[in-house]
Ligand binder design. Sequence first.
Ligand SMILES: NC(=O)c1ccc[n+]([C@@H]2O[C@H](COP(=O)([O-])OP(=O)(O)OC[C@H]3O[C@@H](n4cnc5c(N)ncnc54)[C@H](O)[C@@H]3O)[C@@H](O)[C@H]2O)c1
Length: 437
Amino acid sequence: MKIAVIGTGYVGLVAGACFADTGNTVYCVDKDPAKIEALRKGVIPIFEPGLDVLVKRGAAEGRLLFGTSAEEAVAASEIVFMAVGTPPSATGEPDMRYVKGAAEEIGRAMNGYKLIVNKSTVPIGSHRMVADWIAAHTSQPFDVVSNPEFLKEGTAVDDFLKPDRVVIGTRKKEVYDKMAELYAPFVRQGNPVLWMDPVSAEITKYACNSFLAARISFMNELSALCEKVQGDIEDVRRGMTTDARIGKHFLYAGVGYGGSCFPKDVQALLATAAKLDVPLGIVAAAEHANARQKRSLAEKVKAHFGRDLRGKTFGVWGLAFKPNTDDMREAPSLAIIEELLAAGANVKAYDPVAEENAAKLLGNGARTCPNAYEAIEGADALLVVTEWNEFRHPDFARIRKALKQPVIFDGRNVYNPTAIRELGFTYFGVGRRGPSA
Ligand SMILES: NC(=O)c1ccc[n+]([C@@H]2O[C@H](COP(=O)([O-])OP(=O)(O)OC[C@H]3O[C@@H](n4cnc5c(N)ncnc54)[C@H](O)[C@@H]3O)[C@@H](O)[C@H]2O)c1
């Protein structure tokens, strides 16, 4: 098949590369010329494990093409994916300007029937808006199908090649059949391609992210209870996750959820529900708890060192919103560092891949370092904020030597509190049992 993908970001590039890898010809379009220029030279603009191999193979075999103009790509394709960003606006509703812009460009470029696939996460009812925006610029026939994306940054390639399920929102059987054919190579082991109406498909995406956000917030709230009563959230988690009805995913207490999806999708669902006067109390509570949780690690620092942190320096390990990505959008590290800086502290931070993206966002008084140990040299404490693998078994003797005071704030419960305390550290986790219990 010939496919155009409008928007070559985390989702568009992964989708394009994976479709090209199954033999399709894919035209990836982005309005950012620097991104396209880099991709044409074989430079992948984002960090995503396994993506470079696919992109290079597709490009070398002439099946993955990059350009800045939708016109040529749309004209040459039968299926057109929209994978542009839908960032939050001031009201919490997604900013639809990129979707509108892409729809209008697609409309102007149409030279015959096209199947337009909405892969961006968009508010409920957007399939109709997109159809109107396209129709305003063409008299050619087309269908709009909602096909939300569930990939996770860090494992995006694997998720796309082996999805738990594919959701296809359309009322037309022939549209569903075409989409099912396109996805068939990825669901050979029998994972379902779910056919539903477009509104339900749009809701499904928000429902999944809000539900996962609620699971995280549930554990974060319980972790605060554990701290008060000398329980241990890790024991509680094990007790819960061995219940088959609950399952084991997204039940880790930490510094709160971040990233380009959960915060904005939770807000978007709440904004839609508020407009329709439908109470979504659980979703609202998840967001509220997360806002509190993002400040909790800095609060622990202040409880230990005092609220005035002038003259103190903190070493932060991990800046990306989660491991295996360079994405800094809504990263909890930003909120934590902001709180520390506001209290007068200095911050030195290290991240294996997000350093460049983070450096643009950090306030005065914070700087990035080229390695983990440099970030804690002479610091008053270490804060572990993102659970990159390389932080799991560090050289604790070296940490002790580097730090002015042997204090660790473990925002991801990476370490065993008892073992760390035996090494002479003062240890604070999230919902972990204290030293005296
Ligand atoms: N990142 C994720 O993990 C993820 C997962 C599932 C769904 N989503 C959703 O997918 C969508 C895309 O997310 P992303 O993270 O890939 O965004 P992104 O910001 O990484 O990429 C979007 C790209 O679209 C480009 N763009 C905007 N308007 C354009 C136009 N008119 N023509 C060509 N290019 C244009 C931008 O330059 C940018 O490169 C969002 O709606 C997001 O919510 C993201």
